[in-house]
Design a protein around this ligand. Structure first.
Ligand code: BEZ
Length: 398
C-alpha cells in the first residue's frame, strides 16, 4: 500500500513554502534551541503481525506533523530510532531497552498493543524516560501505573467501550454477549461496555474470548447463534477485525444480531471488509467525515503526502507529535527540564483532527466519543455518544 519510505521525509512536505515562512518566523526560544543536537525520538511500533498497518499509520501521522513544523519540534531537529515490537509482550522489555539503553533516546513513542505498552511503561518509569503512547489503551497506563512523564494521545480501553454500552442501552439492548482476544485491551474494552450497558439495566450474559492473535472464530460464532443475544460487542483490530467482521457476516449473524464494537473494529479495515461491514455502528474518538477546518486540512495534507486516506491511528500519531511539540516549546527544546515540560503538556488543549481535547491529570485525553456508521469506505459521524469523556483513572496516584 505504501510509497512511504520510513526515514525519508516527503519532499513535497519538506519544501512547502508556507512551512518555510513559518520557520522564518521562528521564536526566540527556537533560536535558543538551535545550538542543541537533534532530539532523539524512539518509535516502538509493530511493523509485522496483525497490527502492522496500525503501526505504519501512527508513524506516518507523527512524521506528517513534524514535517508541517519544518522538521523540528520546539526548535530541535528530530532524529528517529525505530524498533519493530511485533506486538509481542514477551519481547517488549528487551525491545524498549534497545531504545533506552542502546540508542539513548530522549523520548519514546509507542505502541499499539496494550501488553507491550505496559512493559514499556515500566521501563520508562525506571529510567525516567518520557513516554507518549499513540494507541495502546491499557487502562493502567493512565491509571494505577500513571506517572508524571507518561502521556497518551489516543484513549483508554474503557472510553469507547463504555460509550458503546451507553448507546446499546439507549437502543434497548437487554441481553448482550461480548467476544474478544484474551488480553488487557479486550478485557478492559468489554468491561467498559458492560459498565455502560448496565447503566440502563441491560446486562452481558456471556463473555467469549480466544488467545491473541488467533482468528479461528467458528466455534464462538456457533455459540452466539445458539444464545441469540440482542446484540454482540466485539473488540478486535487490524487483521483480526477484518477476519471477524467477514466471518460474522458469512455466518449470517449480521442479519439478526447487531454487531457493535469500539471503532477499531472498522477503522483502517473497510476496504478489506467490503459489504460485510456496511451500516455497522461503532463508537470512537474520530470519524472520517468530521467537517471541521482542522480535519479537512489534516486529511488533505495526509492524502498529498502518502497518496492514501488516514484513519484514527494516523490521527493519534499526529497528535502524539503535537503533544510532544507543545511540551518542547514550553522549555525551548530543553528536554532536561522534564518536570516543567510535563506540567506544560498537561495544560494544553490539543487542536486535533478529532476535535479539540484536553489532557487529564493522569495524562489521558478527555474527549468526545462519537457514534459512527459505516458507509462505503468511511466511518461516518452520526452523533456525540458521550461528551468530554474522561477516563476514571482508577488507582492513579501522582
Ligand atoms: C490495544 O492493545 O490496546 C489496542 C490494540 C489495537 C487497537 C486498539 C487497542
Amino acid at each position: 500500500m505504501s510509497t512511504f519510505l520510513p526515514g525519508v521525509p516527503s519532499r513535497r512536505l519538506a519544501l512547502r513554502p508556507t512551512l518555510l515562512a513559518l520557520s522564518a518566523a521562528a521564536s526566540f526560544g527556537a533560536a535558543q534551541a538551535q545550538g542543541q543536537p537533534p532530539l532523539k525520538v524512539g518509535l516502538m511500533l509493530p511493523a509485522t503481525g496483525t497490527f502492522a498497518a496500525l503501526g505504519d499509520m501512527i508513524e506516518r501521522g507523527f512524521r506528517l506533523y513534524v514535517q508541517e513544523q519544518g522538521g523540528k519540534l520546539g526548535g530541535r531537529e528530530i532524529q528517529y530510532f525505530r524498533v519493530d515490537d511485533e506486538s509481542d509482550p514477551s519481547k517488549a522489555t528487551d525491545n524498549v531497552n534497545k531504545l533506552i539503553k542502546r540508542d539513548n533516546v530522549d523520548v519514546i513513542v509507542g505502541t499499539v498493543h496494550s501488553g507491550v505498552a505496559l512493559a514499556m511503561a515500566r521501563a520508562a518509569k525506571e529510567s525516567n524516560t518520557m513516554l507518549i503512547v499513540p494507541n495502546a489503551g491499557a487502562d493502567a497506563l493512565t491509571g494505577a501505573m500513571c506517572a508524571p512523564h507518561i502521556f497518551r494521545s489516543s484513549f483508554s480501553n474503557w472510553q469507547p467501550g463504555y460509550a458503546m454500552g451507553v448507546v446499546a442501552g439507549q437502543k434497548g439492548v437487554k441481553r448482550a454477549m461480548t467476544i474478544t482476544w484474551n488480553y488487557a485491551a479486550g478485557a478492559e474494552s468489554t468491561k467498559g461496555f458492560t459498565e455502560g450497558l448496565e447503566k440502563s439495566g441491560g446486562k452481558v450474559v456471556k463473555d467469549l474470548n480466544l488467545p491473541f492473535p488467533n482468528v479461528e472464530f467458528q466455534a464462538l460464532l456457533t455459540e452466539i447463534a445458539a444464545q441469540k443475544p440482542d446484540a454482540v460487542y466485539a473488540f478486535f483490530a487490524g487483521g483480526g477485525a477484518v477476519k471477524f467482521v467477514k466471518d460474522y457476516a458469512a455466518a449470517g449473524l449480521n442479519k439478526t444480531i447487531p454487531l457493535y464494537g469500539p471503532g477499531f473494529l472498522t477503522d483502517g479495515t473497510l476496504e478489506a471488509q467490503g459489504a460485510s461491514a456496511q451500516n455497522m455502528l461503532t463508537t470512537l474518538h474520530y470519524a472520517d467525515d468530521l467537517n471541521t477546518p482542522k480535519n479537512n486540512a489534516f486529511r488533505k495534507a495526509y492524502a498529498l503526502a502518502y497518496k492514501s486516506q488516514p484513519d484514527v491511528y494516523a490521527v493519534q500519531g499526529y497528535d502524539a507529535a503535537q503533544i510532544l511539540g507543545a511540551g518542547l516549546k514550553a522549555v525551548n527544546g530543553d528536554i532536561a527540564k522534564r518536570d516543567q515540560m510535563s506540567a506544560a503538556m498537561r495544560k494544553i488543549t490539543v487542536d486535533s483532527p478529532r476535535g479539540k481535547f484536553t489532557i487529564s491529570p493522569a495524562g489521558n485525553p478527555v474527549q468526545d466519543i462519537y457514534l459512527r456508521e459505516v458507509k462505503g469506505n468511511n466511518n461516518e459521524f452520526r452523533s456525540v455518544a458521550v461528551k468530554s469523556l474522561s477516563d476514571p483513572a482508577r488507582g492513579c496516584k501522582l
